[in-house]
Write a protein that binds this ligand. Structure first.
Ligand code: AHR
Length: 495
């Protein structure tokens, strides 16, 4: 069995792991909003004011800190005024970007804010720069956040909501280098400065403005935006998807994939580390204090859609491979907590790397859901210094670490360490030197599977779920773990 070494220095703290790293994204795309969250008040599926009770209950269990909406590419075609007022009068439009289906606007601002209340999560709204106007964006913020008398606040009250909603996170456009207007960075930087001017802070409400950032490794975009607009932003977004194949020629199947695609997928998941570090280096030049957050507001796996489903709906299954991608990515985000202030996996229900899949009244939890549930202990915890010596694995001509780990201490003083073994075939022995604190009451859970494509189905919903982990020994201040192949483990430790 391969040997790996971790040193945890419990007395060296490295800042808070922002809970928003565990954020989510929900777009008007396929069956995420409609069927996933929203079934309508008259549905036979148990719901509260139109929102499914089962998904709310499941999502509350992973402590969603922040939810991004309404897109995605949809955001730059969305006109919020179509989605308020009596539902029967709302405009029906075509969702041109995602499957050309009719969007009846039954889920709009009021419904989204109600969902956030139910989930006890913070809203993150993405405004329309690509096809919208400054006035439209400005009035949306007024509608949501102005308390007192104003045209938009009055209209909100007529539509049934007396109080303004607290709103912190607001994105000024989405992917403006692509579906959000095909702009060049200088042009978007100027537009960003202009649009954000009218995203007002009303009363005590203080908006955290997020500028539309680069695609993957477009470092020039980051350079131009930071050079031209640092003083006008609180966050800069970054989008990166883990795609084993080619985006246009074939991304690869979520379940039916060749053995060598496992390592390629893991290596591509690890690639986000290089992206964070290189974009951060540019940001450091213009923002050495690290005031501006890197907001990874779209990430996760992107495979070919499941056979027989609408290609515009991006519906994919979710296996133990997705669980490892989630575990690796979240460990990397934790590790870069000095710059990464938020991340939003795409997309909560029935789209891309979801937490939940639904089939009419049925609902299943994915392996990725279980990773978010296991890792929730890191939310707002203090990062603890950790050194790792591990073997490298090969993926084609690239290399990656076999083990990844992240440690934190929560407000109650408990430590947690999350570890992933990305090797699909081999167990790993990990020795952890636990320095600066006692090693008591060690408990753990593990998520693993025998097959590389193991997943949950509506017929077998509990095929993969975390179980108690006991494969470790404690010896004074040293812990020795046997990590199964393709596993995610989270341990809790008391002093
Ligand atoms: O998440 C799916 C799509 O991916 C989003 O709408 C877009 O922003 C990105 O290209």
């Amino acid at each position: 069995m391969s040997q790996h070494k971790v040193v945890v220095n419990t007395d060296v703290k490295q800042g808070t792991i922002n809970k928003n790293i565990y954020g989510h994204f929900a777009e008007h795309l396929g069956r995420c909003i409609y069927e996933g969250f929203w079934v309508g008040e008259d549905s036979s599926i148990p719901n509260t004011n139109g929102i499914r009770n089962d998904v709310v209950e499941a999502l509350k269990n992973i402590n969603i800190p922040v939810l991004r909406w309404p897109g995605g590419c949809f955001a730059d075609e969305y006109h919020w005024k179509d989605g308020v007022g009596p539902r029967e009068n709302r405009k029906r439009m075509v969702n041109t970007h995602w499957g050309g289906v009719i969007e009846n606007n039954h889920f709009g601002t009021h419904e989204f804010m109600m969902l956030c209340d139910m989930l006890e999560t913070e809203p993150y709204i993405c405004g329309n720069v690509g096809s919208g106007t400054i006035q439209e964006m400005s009035e949306w913020v007024e509608y949501m956040t102005f308390d007192g008398e104003s045209p938009m606040a009055n209209w909100r009250q007529e539509n049934g909501r007396e109080e303004s909603w607290p709103l912190t996170y607001f994105g000024v456009g989405n992917e403006n280098w692509g579906c959000g207007g095909n702009m060049r960075p200088q042009y978007y930087a100027d537009l960003y400065r202009r649009f954000q001017t009218y995203v007002r802070n009303y009363g005590d409400n203080k908006i955290y403005r997020i500028a539309g950032g680069p695609n993957v490794d477009d470092y020039n975009w980051t350079e131009v935006l930071m050079r031209e607009a640092t003083d006008f932003m609180d966050g800069l977004s970054l989008h990166y998807y883990t795609i084993p194949g080619d985006f246009w020629l074939g991304k690869g199947s979520a379940t039916d994939f060749p053995e060598d695609e496992w390592a390629i997928t893991m290596q591509k998941a690890y690639h986000i580390q290089e992206l964070i570090e290189k974009h951060s280096t540019i940001m450091d030049k213009y923002d050495p204090e690290k005031r501006v957050g890197l907001i990874i507001d779209e990430w996760g796996t992107w495979f070919d859609v499941e056979e027989g489903t609408n290609p515009g709906f991006l519906y994919q299954q979710n296996t133990i491979r997705d669980a490892l991608v989630a575990g690796v990515s979240l460990n990397i985000f934790n590790d870069h907590n000095d710059r990464v202030q938020m991340a939003n996996i795409a997309q909560t229900i029935n789209v891309l790397q979801s937490m939940i899949l639904t089939d009419e009244e049925k609902m299943i939890l994915t392996p990725t859901y279980h990773v978010f549930e296991m890792y929730k202990v890191h939310q707002d915890a203090e990062k603890v210094a950790l050194d790792l010596e591990t073997d490298t694995l090969k993926a084609g001509d690239k290399e990656m670490p076999q083990i990844t780990a992240s440690a934190s201490q929560n407000k109650e003083g408990k430590y947690h360490i999350s570890l992933c073994n990305v090797d699909k075939d081999n167990e790993a022995e990990v020795t952890i030197d636990w320095r600066g604190a006692g090693l008591a009451n060690v408990n753990g859970r593990v998520l693993t599977a025998d097959e590389i494509d193991a997943h949950n189905t509506f017929e077998n919903p509990d095929n993969i779920k975390p179980v108690e982990y006991q494969d470790f020994q404690v010896n004074d201040n040293q812990l020795t773990l046997q990590l199964p192949a393709k596993s995610v483990v989270v341990l809790s430790v008391e002093e």
